[in-house]
Design a binder for this molecule. Structure first.
Ligand code: DAH
Length: 344
């Protein structure tokens, strides 16, 4: 029996030392020390031994069992340590590895121009007003002195949704809405940026959807010179300090008198070139003194209050500023186009 115990001990210790992982080690534990293992069996068979031999063998069996258990414990600690080390090794970060670049977006040139214009007018005490893109015929046309059969409606081919509702063709309806909403019927100083829609075929200079920025100032004693001074500041800010503006007579049903505003060509300085079609001037916006009828329809006393208004297209301004030759570039989401404006 003594021999059998020694043999078991050698075998078990060998298997413990050969265990590759915690699972194998546990199998060895169960095999030798488990309830159905050989040592338990030997201890069970002690009854057959003589009275002197029994304590001797009992003690030996315990020594063997402890030796195996001790070795298992030792091996377990060793394997656990190795497992932690392996996990750490697998999770090591190579700090010398170059980082993966994260693509960053750039500001769209149209957004840039609109924000710049907003900042300029906010700095002059204007606030920003907005209105719906799906608009009533009333605000888009009628309240702006364009009754149903007015021929000037043809200037703006419209997307009608019903007889009375359309996609706004300009930002001017925000003028009518703001005046109507103003309960005190007092001074107003707003700009209204937003999207507008026209039934045009898309080409290099036309788009069925584009943006506008409207301006409206209402107060007592407002004159054409306030309009001119304001637009001069605007033109110099957008196109450079050396720029000049000129006003040409024009027609809009909602302003009287109406003007078209040109800025001196930034490319040739006014001498004439391909950009300004040899005229030295480039048209940038429409403007005028708010028509008394428009004031009256919104409930204003046109004897007491006057106003000026203007409407411009940020696409056109961006195209002139950055030399963009096709309006469709703004809407096709080509990153190569947008990225060029990262640093301007
Ligand atoms: N709404 C006009 C258009 O889209 C532009 C315009 C002209 C707006 C004169 C104005 C203005 O406020 O006074 O063609």
């Amino acid at each position: 029996m003594e021999e059998r115990l020694k043999e078991l001990e050698t075998l078990a210790l060998q298997q413990v030392s050969e265990a590759q992982d915690l699972k194998q080690l546990n199998e060895v534990r169960v095999a030798y020390l488990g309830k159905k293992g050989p040592i338990t069996e030997i201890l069970r068979g002690m009854g057959q031994l003589s009275a002197e031999e029994r304590p001797k063998m009992g003690a030996l069996a315990n020594v063997v069992r402890e030796a195996i258990a001790g070795k298992i414990e030792e091996k377990q600690a060793e394997l656990e340590k190795a497992a932690v080390a392996a996990k750490l090794a697998s999770e090591t970060i190579d700090v010398t590895l170059p980082g993966r670049p994260t693509p960053t977006g750039s500001q769209h040139p149209l957004t840039k121009v609109v924000e710049e214009i907003e900042d300029l007018f906010l700095g002059m005490g204007y606030t920003i007003a907005e209105g719906p893109e799906v608009e009533k015929d009333y605000y888009n046309f009628e309240a702006l002195n364009l009754p149903k059969d007015h021929p000037a409606r043809d200037m703006q081919d419209s997307f009608y949704i019903t007889d009375e509702i359309l996609l706004r063709t300009h930002t001017s309806p925000v003028q009518a809405r703001t005046m109507e909403k103003n309960e005190a019927k007092g001074p107003i100083k707003i700009i209204c940026p937003g999207k507008v829609y026209r039934r045009d075929d898309d080409d290099a200079t036309h788009s069925h959807q584009f943006t506008q920025i409207e301006g409206l100032v209402i107060d007592e004693n407002i004159s054409m010179s306030d309009l001119k001074g304001t637009l001069e500041v605007f033109a110099k800010k957008m196109f450079g300090d050396e720029r000049e503006i000129r006003l040409r007579p024009s027609f809009f049903p909602f302003t009287e008198p109406s003007v078209e505003v040109d800025v001196s060509c930034a490319k040739c300085g006014g001498k004439g070139c391909n950009v300004c079609k040899q005229t030295g001037w480039i048209e940038i916006l429409g403007a005028g003194m708010v028509h008394p009828r428009v004031l009256e329809m919104a409930g204003y006393d046109s004897k007491k209050y006057q106003g000026f208004a203007f409407g411009m297209g940020p696409e056109r301004i961006a195209m002139l500023r950055y030399g963009i030759d096709d309006i469709r570039h703004f809407y096709t989401n080509d990153q190569r186009f947008v990225k060029q404006f990262n640093r301007v």
